[in-house]
Design a protein around this ligand. Structure first.
Ligand SMILES: Cc1cc2nc3c(=O)[nH]c(=O)nc-3n(C[C@H](O)[C@H](O)[C@H](O)COP(=O)(O)OP(=O)(O)OC[C@H]3O[C@@H](n4cnc5c(N)ncnc54)[C@H](O)[C@@H]3O)c2cc1C
Length: 371
């Protein structure tokens, strides 16, 4: 009898693993559970908040369509969320989109539920709910951006720098774009921080360093009042876009399988420590950091290891990229980046990333060629 692999999460990690298993492991049945019916190319969300630049169909791709290329008896796709798990009994409880509760038994379980923006403000950087909610939030953000004269992006990691740069590129000449950075330097002081800062200045983005948001409250007129730690005058803005505070989607997992920060605790083979045949990949792990190319490597490694274990062999350590590639798009013509410790020319980052924010690569997650 074929073994069942339940994959939780239908994004860069989960859908990749589903394709890899369905293509290469003919004796395994895949049950993919995802809160959203559509894959979301969230990497381009920093540009998609500006109306009229990227079409919805370039950002969202049907997961059902992605799986329909495989024989029907090889897979099941459930739109719903995992709410509880019992790793000893090898079961997961799932609440489907229409509110029904289902208990799924598995031979192998993959945690690929990623991370979400955990703050009170709704921002479209991740798809935390259904596909329909993600589209609605993106469109609502576009409407607010269109009408705004003043923007505050808070958090100067790569998402914050990219979002501020996109706003600066589009509106920097006649509207005000402020980037709040809690550290002394953007990008956590990475070696490309000064390059990114120079690019932001060219786009008229006002960068305030050592400016940590203490609170942000929506005012009756729809604007947001932001108070910074250490006092000073509050900032009132039309559109407030926090980019800090990602939290792992791991509430359905017993804390003993998680790190102190609630990420999946894994070994070198990406098995969840202390659990039998439970694997994890992507932002639920966030090691060495959250990133889609890192996620691709982890997904490939986990799929391979499930295949090995299912055929009675030993899993092997998951290999990541030989060196770190860090590329930050700064608007629709430039960027800052490095390969390992070697800095990349602004134009190279634009060509490799900023030109399209890689939206064309979503096709690989739908047609399966990613795996
Ligand atoms: C704005 C932004 C820009 C980025 N740009 C880049 C970039 O340029 N380069 C780069 O390398 N990385 C980038 N990243 C990081 C990249 O997006 C992540 O590494 C990637 O999304 C990780 O994919 P994942 O599948 O692990 O998780 P996620 O993309 O977080 O997806 C998790 C999936 O699981 C689902 N889910 C959640 N909870 C449950 C549950 N209980 N049950 C079932 N399903 C559930 C979610 O709905 C979602 O579909 C960016 C991130 C952000 C936020």
């Amino acid at each position: 009898m074929s073994k069942t692999v339940v994959i939780l999460g239908g994004s860069y990690a989960g859908l990749h693993i589903a394709h890899a298993l369905l293509k290469n492991e003919k004796d395994l049945k895949v049950v993919l559970v995802s809160k959203n019916s559509h894959f979301y190319w969230n990497i381009a969300s920093v540009r998609a908040i500006i109306p009229g630049i990227i079409k919805d169909e370039e950002l969202f791709g049907s997961i059902e369509k992605a799986l329909s290329r495989y024989p029907k008896d090889r897979y099941e796709f459930i739109v719903g969320g995992a709410t509880a798990s019992d790793f000893a009994a090898k079961t997961v409880t799932v609440t489907t989109k229409d509110g029904a509760e289902k208990q799924l038994s598995y031979d192998h379980l993959v945690l690929a539920t990623g991370a979400r923006c955990a703050g009170a403000e709704s921002v479209p950087w991740k798809a935390a709910g259904t596909y329909e909610e993600a589209v609605e939030l993106l469109h609502a953000t576009q409407e607010r951006v269109k009408a705004a004269g003043h923007f505050v992006v808070a958090g100067a990691g790569s998402t914050g720098v990219e979002a501020a740069a996109e706003l600066g590129f589009e509106y920097g000449k006649d509207r005000e774009v402020v980037l709040l950075c809690s550290d002394r330097e953007v990008l956590g002081g990475d070696s490309i921080a000064s390059n990114a800062l120079a690019e932001l200045k060219k786009l008229n983005v006002k960068v305030r360093t050592e400016a940590r948001v203490e609170s942000a409250a929506r005012l009756p007129d729809g604007k947001t009042e932001i108070k910074l730690a250490g006092g000073g005058d509050p900032i009132v803005t039309d559109v407030y876009l926090p980019t800090f505070g990602l939290a792992p989607n791991s509430e359905f997992v017993d804390a003993k399988y998680l790190t102190d920060k609630k990420y999946a605790s894994i070994d070198a083979e990406y098995r969840v420590k202390g659990a039998e045949n439970v694997w994890a990949a992507g932002d639920i792990v966030s090691q060495p950091r959250a990133g889609f190319m890192i996620t691709q490597k982890q997904a490939a490694g986990v799929a391979k290891n499930i295949g090995l274990v299912a055929s009675g062999k030993q899993p092997t350590p998951v290999k990541l990229l030989p060196f770190d590639i860090y590329a930050v798009a700064t608007g629709r013509s430039r960027g800052a980046g490095r390969a390992g410790s070697v800095k990349l020319l602004s134009f190279m980052v634009y060509m490799a990333k900023g030109k399209t924010l890689a939206v064309e690569r979503m096709a690989g997650y739908i047609d399966g060629s990613v795996a």
